[in-house]
Design a protein around this ligand. Structure first.
Ligand code: F0G
Length: 340
């Protein structure tokens, strides 16, 4: 039997943790990298999918949270707090529970996917529904953490990026260093910043193509968006905290930040599920939507980061997918339903 190794254990030499530091881990990281034959054919390149939705709470946030909560525990904090469009909240709630700490998460009221809300509640966090958007929530929790002895675990916390950079290490290891470009959704801009840090630490420089939803594309527009709007609730963010670093990373890599429409996001999301058998959440599909829209740009091998699990957002799935076939409990009716 092989025991699951969490990312601090796997990459301790690259992370700011000593051998005696407390580690709050659930076997995060080491996610599958799967080849995408249908997508590869469509874009004329060798395309791979990094399935970050297979982390313990179903998103890449667990990489960062493992490090942020471990560091908070080391510092003696008893409460962690974050603002979130949902995944950070679920992850913070889980790691706080495991650490025996209090978790407090601030989410925009009525604007996060059902699965994420259920997770945060079941893990036992205090879930505060703010009558405002993510950007307002982040501004307020930053002040809370300034004025109270509470650890802030949003990606403004440097430990978050330390944990998340390990995904870049895994990509390079799994592809023997042969990677020309990375396609990644961008919201608060922490993850693209973290990947760049990871690539740079390994001496690699794949081109970084970040994708924002058209209605929430401050980096593309070059100015904050006051009322961000998109079906991809995870990246409904108008004023990213890691703005400058993310732009610097994409520029240094000879990449770009670009916008995709909600329709393009949902088309890519449906394509991934129906052709590759991979069910991600809508925000994650922005990476693939961008690749399909703008093309491989001369890159031979490309990895798309699928940041979150499709089960996070069952409502969007049920609203968009085909309906079920009703059937009376008798064989003739079943035959008609199956063969019809
Ligand atoms: N994809 C998913 C599924 C996300 O949940 C997020 C961010 C992103 C992409 C964008 O990553 O912010 O580092 O640029 N979700 C945060 C949250 C904001 O609160 O869960 P980013």
């Amino acid at each position: 039997m092989t025991r699951s190794v969490g990312l601090i254990e796997r990459y301790r030499a690259d992370l700011p943790f000593g051998p005696d530091d407390p580690v709050v881990s659930m076997g995060e990281g080491s996610t599958p990298l799967v080849h995408a034959p249908a997508l590869s054919e469509r874009v004329g390149a060798d395309v791979w999918l990094k399935l970050e939705g297979l982390n313990p709470t179903g998103s890449f946030k667990d990489r960062g949270m493992c490090c942020a909560v471990s560091a908070a525990l080391r510092e003696g904090a008893s409460t962690v707090i974050c603002a979130s469009t949902g995944n950070t909240a679920a992850s913070a709630a889980a790691y706080a529970a495991r650490a025996g700490m209090r978790g407090v998460v601030i989410v925009p009221e009525g604007r996060i996917a059902t699965g994420k809300l259920a997770q945060a509640l079941v893990y036992g966090a205090r879930v505060i529904a703010l009558q405002g958007n993510f950007d307002e929530a982040l501004r307020l929790v930053r002040r809370m953490a300034d004025e109270h002895p509470i650890a802030l675990v949003n990606s403004v916390n440097a430990f978050r990026l330390e944990g998340q950079k390990t995904a870049a290490f895994e990509l390079l290891e799994d592809l023997d260093g042969e990677l020309d470009a990375l396609c990644i959704p961008v919201g608060n801009a922490g993850n693209v910043t973290a990947y760049w840090k990871g690539f740079q630490e390994r001496g690699a420089s794949p081109r970084l193509f970040g994708f924002q939803a058209e209605g929430a594309a401050p980096l593309v527009l070059g100015r904050p968006v006051e009322r961000p709007e998109t079906v991809a609730s995870a990246i409904r963010i108008g004023n990213p905290a890691r703005w400058e670093e993310a732009m610097a990373a994409m520029t240094a890599s000879r990449g770009a930040v670009r916008a995709v429409s909600d329709e393009e996001i949902l088309d890519a999301w449906a394509f991934l599920a129906s052709r590759e058998g991979v069910f991600c959440e809508p925000a994650s599909a922005a990476s693939v939507a961008g690749l399909l829209k703008y093309g491989a740009d001369g890159c031979a091998r490309i990895a798309c980061v699928l940041t979150g699990n499709g089960l996070k957002d069952p409502q969007t799935a049920l609203d968009r997918a085909g309906g079920v076939v009703p059937c009376p409990a008798e064989f003739g009716a079943l035959e008609a339903a199956v063969l019809g």
